[in-house]
Ligand binder design. Sequence first.
Ligand code: CS2
Ligand code: MG
Length: 402
Amino acid sequence: MSTIERAEVFVAGPGRNFVTLRITTSDGVTGIGDATLNGRELSVASYLQDHLVPLLVGRDPARIDDMWQYLYRGAYWRRGPVTMTAISAVDTALWDIKGKVAGLPVYQLLGGRSRDGVMVYSHASGRDTAELLDDVTRFQELGYKAIRAQAAVPGVGGSYGVRKGAIYEPAATSLPDEQPWSTEAYLRFAPTYLEAVRDHAGPELHLLHDVHHRLTPIEAAAFGKSVEAVRLFWMEDPTPAENQDAFRLIRQHTTTPIAVGEVLNSIWDVKDLITNQLVDYVRTTVVHAGGISHLRRIFDLAALYQVRTGSHGATDLSPVTLAAAVHLDLTVPNFGIQEYMEHAPETMEVFRSGVTLADGMLNPGEAPGLGVEYDEKAAARYPYDPRYLPVARRLDGSVHDW
Ligand code: CS2
Ligand code: MG
């Protein structure tokens, strides 16, 4: 029987910071998993290096579900982003190994194709509406069928999702950047630019928007109602989701579809949202919600309630997560859409991925396993450089949800 011979944790900064786990078996087969938690990378690296790696060595890499249960229940302290990101990395690496041992791409192990490709959405943004419209045109010309639109709110430096430069990166400072926020100004302005995008782009574009946790339930209800004529594909994270019940209020007032889940990390965190039809898309991810094994359980629960998948896929989720997500997205019956932000060239130098984009759809390639290899020599040229996500403050100085 093959056993886990070693597990290595790599912390590096190619283009941005990533934490990557590589497991090597006694047969010399390697598998990799993403363990990146933006702004808290070293916590996961330590959880892996100091607490999980000693448990992995000598165990059977083929027993993926047993390993998941052993690490989840064995921790005693369950759930949470750090624990679940560490477990995710182990799970993903073991699926990579299983695919390589079987000589099959992971999607074949998950039941084979249900679709020809994975529809993705890109990210148009602008410092004002005119710049946003130009960016939407650019992505339409690149063949994207779905585009997220975000613009800076006049006078509000803390607007979410406005790209500065080629690659969008919110964790850009060595200490949290404290950014001003005005809900009133956002509620006055955002509907106007979303209407402008719909008028500009036409009726067929799948148009998405990320509220990014900024509104109260009744504000979110009013916002959803105000953009119903725009026919959004979804409004994302309209209100913080710790209180899953809060979404009942939004649902009572608007038919604008809702997407939630990128900051959630277990089936328990989304159970009520799904079983009460409080959301239309679940955004949990391979890297933060327990790996391929747990994410497929979340997606199967969602399918029972006609909730579709819409996994998070920002650049702070590594190409390993993107590849694993595409393998899973290819197979699940209730696939909705996959977020896709192009990674920096330095990132792709370190993570050599077989994922391809054509006609607004991703495919994972046919290589056994996930189809991503980690180049540790290249990674060594990009040291980890601590970066923090911003903090939002209302105009009166009190902390708000960023
Ligand atoms: C955003 C992310 O892509 C999204 O939907 O919510 O950009 C998020 O802000 C970052 O992943 C945080 O690290
Ligand atoms: Mg989001």
